[in-house]
Design a binder for this molecule. Sequence first.
Ligand SMILES: [Fe+2]
Length: 525
Amino acid sequence: MGGAAVTGLLQHPTPDDPYRYQFGFGNHHATEAIPGALPLNGTNLPQRGKYGLYPEHLNGTSFISSRESVSNVWLYRERPGAPHSTPRPTERPHEIESSFLPTNPNVQFAPLTHTWGPLTPPPNTSTTTFVQGLKTIGGNGDATLKEGVAVHQYAFNADMHRQAFVNHDGDMLIVPQRGVLDIKTELGCLRVKPGMITVIPAGIRYAVRVVPHDPPSPAPLVAGGYALEVFGTRFVLPELGVLGANALAHIRDFEYPVAAFDLESLADNSSNTHLPPWEITIKLSGRLYSYTQPHTPFDVVAWHGTHAPFRYDLARFHHLVANTDQLDPTAFCVLTAPSKWPGVSQVDFCIFGEKWAVARDTMRIPYYHRTVATELLGIIKGEYKGKVRALEPGGLAFEQAYMPHGETYETWVRDREAGREAVRVMEGYLGFMFHVTGHVGLTGWARGGHPDIRAERPGVWDNFRSHLLDHIDEANASLLEAGMKTLQHPQPPISPPASPSYTIVPSDDDTVPVPGGISENQNER
Ligand SMILES: [Fe+2]
């Protein structure tokens, strides 16, 4: 006697999540909401498909792609996506940008620090959908060149009723900070709460709503958070190298939807004239277009492939610890998107959460540094303990590539004197970083239109002093012992130093022209 499973492992519904999920990052998943809907006779395109379903192929990479990079999915649906009206530009105002070339007058590359507060929730008197509430902070590259990234904040309070969104520019990683998202996609449904992330690949139609309070509450029903969009690349798991086969985010913890479809178009199979049309909004090169179709886009009965949305619970991430030195922040990389430079990432998504700090005889605060990467730090929950700027959950801090930054002088002195016992750090805190290779240009909205642009704490850099001057005698002893010329104690200036011979002239829209720094990993590493 023995036993045998009747199916692969599925995540089944729970009281706060009505959906099922299948596991495995990058798997070629196969799922059917009606048994037998997937063709199994060696063809993706049967002459007479089961239940009369229409096969439809969605390619996320060109046909000639390596097996490692190919991303596609076969859909078996009630009606194909082809029948629809002519797309027209939307007249709704929006603040979405997908071109970050220096020739774009809406974008500015400048070596400035910026900090933004959480995006203001829409007032109860208005309705804002996820698409309407998506605002672009900045990015680099261009969606049409298939190279670059875009960083967004979002805030919304209204469901997408008979509406769907499809991004033709790139894959979108969504980081909820406030409000539980219910995302219906062509490939099935995802429930994504703060502390989770989701990635929706380009070309897949989806609708987002915020889950009502449970238990019911008079508090406004709003959702807010962040999104990271990549052009011409895909999110993958970082290489593990000498870490081996098991570390950071585990492959099995990435959850994919199972096929799910709506039956509404079966109500009137002849014309559907009694139902209002669906409106599909396309994002293409940062512009929005919409078309209508009489039938639901959520009619996929079965699918198989790799071009699929997924979610990941950040609480499952394994934080590494260091014994005698610091780990670089990318040691906490959940997902990365490769650039066209072999072995170099275009953007890394890293998180900073609860862990042990055990390193001895080393600084635990982040070292002062400059980097080719632009850093955008956001907070999902918890208290931000960095001293350089005022930041809170929902806010975002920006440090341009190559700009020097680090902790305050007081924090540096305190860390030099602190004990080195093993301690838990970042309890109750979850932050993240979009670690973007190269410079990032900011949109006009980010520089002047955002409702909460914050200046750096005044005088935060004014009190740094030289400690070397306190150790001149000690240094001279070492120099003499080595047979080298000794240092002279510098004399204080007789008169105030001359004014600089240049003047910084801020442009009209440089609203926060201040130097600064992110304390990204603002507790001990
Ligand atoms: Fe940094």
